[in-house]
Design a protein around this ligand. Sequence first.
Ligand SMILES: *[C@@H]1O[C@H](CO)[C@@H](O)[C@H](O)[C@H]1NC(C)=O
Ligand SMILES: *[C@@H]1O[C@H](CO)[C@@H](O)[C@H](O)[C@H]1NC(C)=O
Ligand SMILES: *[C@@H]1O[C@H](CO)[C@@H](O)[C@H](O)[C@H]1NC(C)=O
Length: 458
Amino acid sequence: MFSMNSFPRRVLLRTIALVVLLWQCCRLTDCQIRSALGHYQLVPASFGNSTAASEGVSDDFGSTVASAALLEEGKDGNYKSSAANDRPTDLGIQTVLEPKHGDDSPPLLCQKPLEDRYSHLRSFASKKPRFFFALDLYQAAGILPQLTASILETVKFLGPEYCYLSIVEGNSTDGTSDLLQALHADAKTLGLTYSLVRSDLDPKNESNDRIEVLAQLRNLALAPLLQDPSDFDSEETTIVFLNDISPCANDILELIHQRRVQGADMACPMDYSDDGLFYDIWIARSMTGDIFFNIPPSGLWKYAKNLLWDDPERKRRLEAHTPFQVFACWNGMAAIGAKAFTQKGIRFRRNREGECYMGEPTLLAKDFWKEGLGKILVVPSVWVAYSHRASVKVKLEKGHVEENLRDGGKEKGMQEMVEWDERPPSLIKCPMPSYSDPQWVPPYEGYVDIMILASERT
Ligand SMILES: *[C@@H]1O[C@H](CO)[C@@H](O)[C@H](O)[C@H]1NC(C)=O
Ligand SMILES: *[C@@H]1O[C@H](CO)[C@@H](O)[C@H](O)[C@H]1NC(C)=O
Ligand SMILES: *[C@@H]1O[C@H](CO)[C@@H](O)[C@H](O)[C@H]1NC(C)=O
C-alpha cells in the first residue's frame, strides 16, 4: 500500500486480511439491502452481475471484486441502495458498493452531513473551486466503496462545482483501477471534475528511495492544482488528502470545518491500527517533539495506550475530543491550506543531505513551520482506520464524530479554540536507526539558510 507508515508486519497482516476479504467477497452471490434512519450505508445490490462484471473486469482471484449500483436518496434524506437495473430517476448517483465483508463486523453506519455545523463551508466570496480531494491508491478495493461513497457524500454537501477529485492509482491488480474508472460516471452525474492518473512509480521498487517515490506520488496527486492554481480559489482552497481509509462524510467535513474555524494550516484526525492502537507513529509528533506514545529503549509498545503521556494539557484535550496543536501529523487524512503549495512553493519531498530520514508528511510539517505555518491541528473527535473491521471497531470504541461533538470538551469547561504556540518544539524525535534507538534533531535541521544564520550569530 502507499500508506506512508507501513511496517512490514502490518503490510503483511493487511495483505492477508485483504486476500481473505476478497476471497470471501468472491463467494458472494446474494444481495442485501438495509437502511437505517439517519444513516447512509452501502451494501451490495446485484453482486457478481455488476457494471464491472459486465465489462469483464476480474481480479487476481478470477472473479469480480465489487459491483456498482445506484444510491437513492430517501424522503428523510437517508440513503438506501437500489439494484443497478432499477435506476431511480430523481437522483441517480452511481457509486461503487461495499462488498460484503468476510468477517462478522456489523456495517459501518454513517450519518448524513451535519447541516447546521458545516453549512458555512458553502459560503465563500469566490465562485472558484476550493476543495481539492487528493488520493494515492494502490490495492485498495476493500475500502474503496466506503471511501468513495463518503467523498461523494461530502462533495454533494459542499457543492460539486466547488470540488475537484484527483486520484493517482499505482497499477493495482485487485480491481482498484477498474473501480476508480467506474467513478467517472458518478463524477459526471454529480458534476464533479475528476482526474484519474495511473502511475508506474512504485514505492516498493528497491532501486529507488521509498520516501522519494511517495513524495512524488503525493505531488502527482496535487498536479492539477499546482499546474493551474488560478483555476482555484486562491485564498480559501483546502487540499483534503486521504489515505486508504474507510471514513464517514462527517469525518472529512469536521476536518475541513476545524481547519477553517481555527485558522489552521493543517488538520488531521486520529488513526487506529487493526490491533486497536494509535497507528501513525512514523509521522505524528506532538508539541513535545515526541511520538504520541512512549517507546522505551526496549522497543516494546507497552505504553502504546498512554497517548500524549508527556503533555498533560493536550492529553486532556485529546481525551475530551477537543482539538490540539501538534508539530506534525497525518494520521490517515489531512485537510491542508493550499496556499502553502500554491503561494509558498512547498512540495512533498524526501530528506535533504544533513537531515534525518523521516516520512514526507513529517518533512512537510517541518517546511510548514519554517514558513511560519505551524498551526497544525489534530481533531480527536475524528478517528479513522484502514479496514472495514477496524473502522467499525474504532467508531464503537472512540465514537462517531457526532457523538464526540455532543459529549466533548464543552461540558468539561474546555474551550474548543486552540491557543497556538508560535515556536516549534526544540527537538524532534527521528526514529533512525530505529524506534528503540532514535535521534533527537532540531526542528530546522537541514535548512542551509538557517544554519548560516546560526553560524553568523556565533
Ligand atoms: C444481471 O443483469 C442482467 C442484464 O443486465 C439482468 O437481466 C439480470 O436480471 C441480472 N441478474 C441479477 C441476478 O441481478
Ligand atoms: C502493470 O503491472 C503489470 C504486471 O503486474 C505490468 O505488466 C504492466 O506493464 C504494468 N503497467 C503499468 C502501466 O504500470
Ligand atoms: C525500478 O526502478 C528502476 C529505476 O527507476 C527501473 O529502472 C526499474 O525498471 C524498476 N523496476 C520495476 C520492477 O519496476
